[in-house]
Design a protein around this ligand. Structure first.
Ligand SMILES: *Cc1c(COP(=O)(O)O)cnc(C)c1O
Length: 449
């Protein structure tokens, strides 16, 4: 390793505690210090480069240091960096709200801002519960969630999540959600279609709603893709059945599109593929194309009106974050929406997605690849033992793929045994081919004994 990298790593390890990391790993797994980014590339301090195949944790849409987004943020910086959003307002937050309301289905008319995805989910949970309370139904306090779901890492969102690695330790501190088996199509029997499996799995949700609707505020789902649990996917029919059942049972639907929104699944929002509208739509990550922390919950007039009253009624939603609606972040989001408006991003993604499928197709024959699955710009490959059983988690096969990819100019960061691509939309077909080659090499190395 070059001297510039190692000098910064040494300083880092003296003072930092990294997210989602067993810090002891860094005794043998070197950190990668990045100096600058450009397009799909990240450059370290010694001048090595890495193709950001995971969009820096699923946030980046149009590459690093995008000239247009950079310029918009620079311009905004000269005007206003931040202002309190209670009692005050500003052009970027108003325009962003107008455009989000315009882009989402008609019933969604109100935008409430936070500064990260977890806090947006917390807002949706609190609003839903509070709505029912304001409507004289305070007993509706529970939430229904899917197995394998992920909605963030705060105590509230861990309560409605179901990824053991993040949740198990903190269980005594969490509210108890009702967890229903997921429509995840990885679990389907051979020969069964995604649609048939997802439809079949809905009976669990129907049963849960039937038994618990009276005490349930909302069902929360990640539409079409459960990313954090390992890029598990399901068919849009499940969302149609769910919307209909939530209406029938008088329960809210919260769509957490924090990971899947903004074109990841092949449509601007995943719910479009089921032609449904949630009562709460949570967006973050791609909202600012990976530039600045910002999240939003969109909701309906019906929900908004339940809180609209004289102050003394104490029905208001008394929730805030210091950086709510930050003007720089809103400007990054506006620039992002401009890029969607001014070119056919979704159409180009369709071509890229087809190319990703082609590029990895030969891996389907690999004795250690159990499944290749894809929804739009998310493609995942499941490594498993030749007899079909999962590799024990302690073997950490994914890290071997990660380590190999770094030597081949690629940032792949498998989730356990799942190797995936979730690249910025500015990736080229040639770069996809390179990723496929690197992934194949990495999987070969990682699955050897
Ligand atoms: C990332 C993510 C969150 C949490 O967002 P943060 O900004 O990391 O708090 C919530 N839900 C889903 C589906 C996510 O992928």
């Amino acid at each position: 390793m070059g001297t510039a990298n190692s000098a910064l790593i040494e300083r880092d390890l003296r003072v930092l505690w990294h997210p989602c990391t067993q810090m002891k790993d860094h005794e043998w797994l070197p950190l990668v210090p990045i100096r600058r980014g450009e397009g799909v590339w990240l450059y370290d301090l010694d001048g090595n480069r890495y193709l950001d195949a995971i969009s820096s944790w699923w946030v980046n849409l149009f590459g690093h240091a995008h000239p247009y987004i950079n310029q918009r943020i620079r311009d905004q910086l000269e005007q206003l960096e931040h202002v309190i959003l209670a009692g005050f307002s500003h052009e970027p937050v108003v325009e962003l709200s107008e455009r989000l309301v315009e882009l989402t289905p008609e019933p969604l008319t109100r935008c409430f801002y936070t500064d990260n995805g977890s806090s947006a989910v917390e807002v949706a949970l609190k609003m839903s519960y509070h709505y029912w309370r304001n409507h004289g139904q305070p007993q509706k306090q529970r939430f229904i969630t899917l197995s394998g779901s992920y909605h963030g890492e705060t105590l509230g969102t861990l309560g409605v999540g179901d990824v053991a690695l993040y949740k198990e330790t903190y269980k005594p501190l969490l509210m108890e959600a009702l967890t229903v088996p997921s429509p995840d199509c990885h679990a389907r029997e051979p020969g069964v279609s995604w649609e048939a499996h997802s439809r079949e799995m809905f009976r669990h949700m129907e049963a849960a709603l039937e038994a618990h609707a009276h005490e349930t505020a909302a069902v929360i789902v990640e539409p079409l893709g459960q990313c954090a649990t390992g890029m598990r996917m399901y068919h849009p029919v499940y969302l149609q059945l769910l919307r209909e059942a939530c209406d029938r049972h008088g329960v809210h639907l919260i769509a957490d599109e924090i990971a899947v929104g903004f074109g990841r699944t092949g449509t601007l929002f995943a719910c479009e593929q089921a032609d449904i509208c949630a009562d709460f739509l949570c967006l973050s990550k791609g909202l600012t194309a990976g530039y600045l922390p910002l999240a939003v919950v969109l909701t309906t007039d019906n929900v908004f009106d339940a809180f609209y009253d004289d102050y003394a009624s104490l029905r208001a939603f008394m929730h805030s974050h210091s950086y709510t609606g930050n003007p720089l972040a809103c400007t990054a989001a506006l620039a992002t929406l401009d890029l969607f408006r001014d070119s056919d991003v979704i159409g180009r993604n369709r071509i890229l997605a087809a190319h990703m499928a082609e590029a990895v197709a030969p891996l389907a024959e690999h004795p250690n690849i159990g499944e290749i699955r894809q929804t739009g710009m998310i493609l995942a490959m499941e490594m498993q033992q030749t007899d079909g059983r999962p590799f024990p988690f302690e073997e950490r096969r994914g890290i071997r793929v990660y380590q190999h990819a770094l030597t081949r100019e690629a940032l792949l960061r498998p989730l356990g045994n799942v190797v995936y691509f979730m690249p910025p939309y500015v990736i080229t077909e040639k770069q996809i081919d390179h990723l496929a080659t690197v992934a194949a090499e990495g999987i070969e190395r990682a699955t050897r004994r």
